[in-house]
Design a protein around this ligand. Sequence first.
Ligand code: NI
Length: 136
Amino acid sequence: MKVTVSRKAHFNAAHRLYRKDWTHEKNDQVFGKCNNPNFHGHNYELIVSVTGEIDQETGYVIDMKVLKDIIKDEVEEAFDHKNLNLEVPEFKDLNPTAENIAVVIYNKMKLKIDSSLKLEITLFETPRNFVTYSGN
Ligand code: NI
């Protein structure tokens, strides 16, 4: 019997979408306003879901306090109020799209939770635009 538990989190961050190896014109064409050289911010909303068997002793899939602390250490401390392009090493050479941010969050968190648990990351870049990654 597998159960999914989820926790919401939030961070504010700035980014710019562009490729150094493309001309400004091509970056504008593909990334539009997101190529603004002065960066822009988003209020990212995150849902972290963990699926697994209920531990017979504790009744938990994962201790929510443990999950909360992992999100704090791996996501909030790393990304909140940061310029993703300039201040977060994972995006030095990786475009900080919602897709890539979700994958980076997944990879960081996957290392911190028990390997028997399935992890899924849902990241809202705006209230209407969101991406989901679960390691496939
Ligand atoms: Ni943007």
